[in-house]
Design a protein around this ligand. Structure first.
Ligand code: HEC
Length: 208
């Protein structure tokens, strides 16, 4: 509906200007009416930042998942842990360049202390946890901060995540647990069950 109104508005201006050019009499009228240039009123393309951010988050998730699965199937969980340790942040950094957006994967209970959620992100996680307790699924959210659009997209656990984020001895083997402790002495990212909120993708886009 909004697009339609904008279209009609622009069309009106274009037609008025076309009339203006048809004669001197019309031209003086246009000066009286003080009509703006068509160039000035054509609206910029409307960007759906929520959808754009979702595409970026989904693509990043797919890249990380593929690398993780490849590492697990090639050399097992322990190797994959070490792989994530050195490659996860490097991968999201390269993706940030490709998508020209800042991409972060953060949590309220991070494994890597560098992935600690900030205050806004913690509030978002709290809200989504409430939704999930009430039986609703976690939803994305978009905010504008200093001319940047920031999208939050929930990250929810699946069964396969539990070998590294689940419960010790039940889901996490003792060898894997030892590696986690060694690589991440301040790890908080264990004890999860399936379908729990593990964190979020925070995608920061420059507003055009
Ligand atoms: C092979 C072990 C392994 C598996 C399986 C795994 N992760 Fe992780 N995960 C890690 C490691 C290691 C890190 C820390 C990476 C780093 O240092 O940046 C991590 C970090 C994360 C983070 C970033 C926040 C933090 O804790 O540092 C999220 C979110 C996350 N994992 C979610 C998941 C989800 C969801 C799944 C299942 C789809 C999953 N992980 C499966 C090992 C694993």
């Amino acid at each position: 509906m909004k697009n339609y109104q904008v279209f009609v508005f622009v069309l009106t201006i274009v037609l008025l200007n076309a009339c203006n050019r048809s004669g001197n009499e019309q031209e003086s009228k246009s000066a009286e009416l003080n009509l703006p240039d068509t160039e000035q009123v054509v609206p910029p393309p409307v960007i759906d930042y929520m959808a754009l951010g979702k595409t970026i988050a989904n693509s990043s998730q797919a890249v990380l998942a593929k690398n993780l699965m490849d590492a697990i199937s090639k050399n097992g969980t322990d190797y994959a842990l070490k792989f994530c340790n050195t490659k996860a942040i490097a991968l999201t950094d390269s993706l940030s360049h490709i998508f020209m957006a800042s991409i972060k994967r953060v949590s309220d209970k991070p494994r890597n202390p560098g992935n600690q959620a900030n205050q806004d992100e913690l509030v978002y996680l709290g809200e989504q946890k409430k939704r999930m307790i009430n039986g609703d699924s976690a939803i994305a959210s978009l905010r504008e901060v200093d001319g940047r659009m920031i999208g939050y997209y929930p990250i929810v656990t699946k069964a396969m995540c539990l070998q590294c984020h689940g419960k010790k001895d039940i889901n996490i083997s003792s060898t894997t647990y030892a590696t986690i402790r060694k690589l991440y002495p301040s790890d908080k990212a264990i004890g999860y069950g399936e379908n729990e909120l593990r964190g979020l993708w925070a995608i920061e886009m420059v507003k055009k």
